[in-house]
Design a protein around this ligand. Sequence first.
Ligand SMILES: Nc1ncnc2c1ncn2[C@@H]1O[C@H](COP(=O)(O)OP(=O)(O)OP(=O)(O)O)[C@@H](O)[C@H]1O
Ligand SMILES: [Mg+2]
Length: 226
Amino acid sequence: MLNLENISTTIAGIQVLRGISTQLRRGSIVAVVGRNGAGKTTLLRLIMGFLPQHEGRVLLDGQDLGAVPARDRARLGIGYAPEDRVMFPSFSVEENLRFPCEVIGMNKRAVDARLDETLGIVPELEPMLPRSGAALSGGQGKMAALGRAVMAGERLVLLDEPFQGLAPVLAQQYSASLQRLHQARPELCVVITESNRSLLKDIPTETLVLERGELQLAEAADTLAH
Ligand SMILES: Nc1ncnc2c1ncn2[C@@H]1O[C@H](COP(=O)(O)OP(=O)(O)OP(=O)(O)O)[C@@H](O)[C@H]1O
Ligand SMILES: [Mg+2]
């Protein structure tokens, strides 16, 4: 469903991604693991259209995203939870969750339905809805960012290091949400980056290893030592 074809990019004179080619399947939960600076965030930003220039092609179900500006990618059903969460502080959590769907012009009923579904997947968000986006702890912000990505990401959800710094109880809730997401949307492809592979436990269905901007051989998740 998502094809990366020979992706390379250079930032500030440094080659950050080198000839990345891979194919992500529908219904998969793909871990992209790699050390700090390996290029994980850059890869997700590139898929979102936030990098001005790169070589190679990104194809979503055959559609070349090169022609689709970043602001239109949510319309294609791509949701993104960046590393630094970025909630709008002057919006409530509920407004933050609705925002990507409203921006792409979904009507209120459709957004209401999407919010109901999202609260079923991430039930911890329900009591946070009226709170200000600025009033969340780091962990709560990660749950809210997951909810926002789930709201927009009908086809593809990209999560950048969600487990980093999450307390064990929250990490468990986050994993449970990912399992529910997988069940609720069996066709959805979820990409999770992580520098500490052991945090992902048995969540991924497959694992890609990124080393200095280069993809190493794909490994089946069940062959990995946790
Ligand atoms: N805006 C930028 N300006 C300069 N260099 C950048 C920029 N963005 C990324 N880089 C460089 O690109 C490389 C990859 O960075 P990236 O943030 O993608 O790695 P990462 O795998 O997400 O790391 P981390 O685990 O620390 O989040 C690093 O060497 C980084 O210094
Ligand atoms: Mg990163």
